[in-house]
Design a protein around this ligand. Sequence first.
Ligand code: OFO
Length: 169
Amino acid sequence: MFSKKMEEAFNAQINAEFYSEYLYLAMKSHFEELHLNGFANWFGVQVQEEHAHGMGMYDYVHERGGKINLAAIEKPELKGDDTVAIFEQVLEHEQLVTSKINGLVDVAEAEHDRAALSFLDWYIKEQVEEEANVRQLLATLKLIGEDKKALLMLDRELAARTFVAPVIG
Ligand code: OFO
């Protein structure tokens, strides 16, 4: 039985995943405008991943016989325009998403919804990975500092990132 509370909590998280997609699309465009195409590519993969996260939950709500209620997606704002500030914002955002996923798990626990708990395991692991990747990139960017040559080398490296559709759940 998929409770109303579960349905609402999943719908809120679907909105958060699509907001993440939108935020990363704004960041992708920022780097495209700077002609840092490797960074733009990295964010392009983030956009696809967040879309997959949102759709994974969308499909799950339907699979459980629930109803999708799409809400408005907030306008994304970049807090700064230097690369380190942007990645700090990404890390902060992913930490916020982690706490939202934990909140969703709390609802599933309160509702004794074992199926939802098992489904959400994938998202918990994914958040650990997301945060670790961003923390690593942020540390590299801080080491690079003002070194433009090193920044361009990192840009080339990030150009190689490709999207692999996740198998969710
Ligand atoms: Fe959906 O993991 Fe990032 O936000």
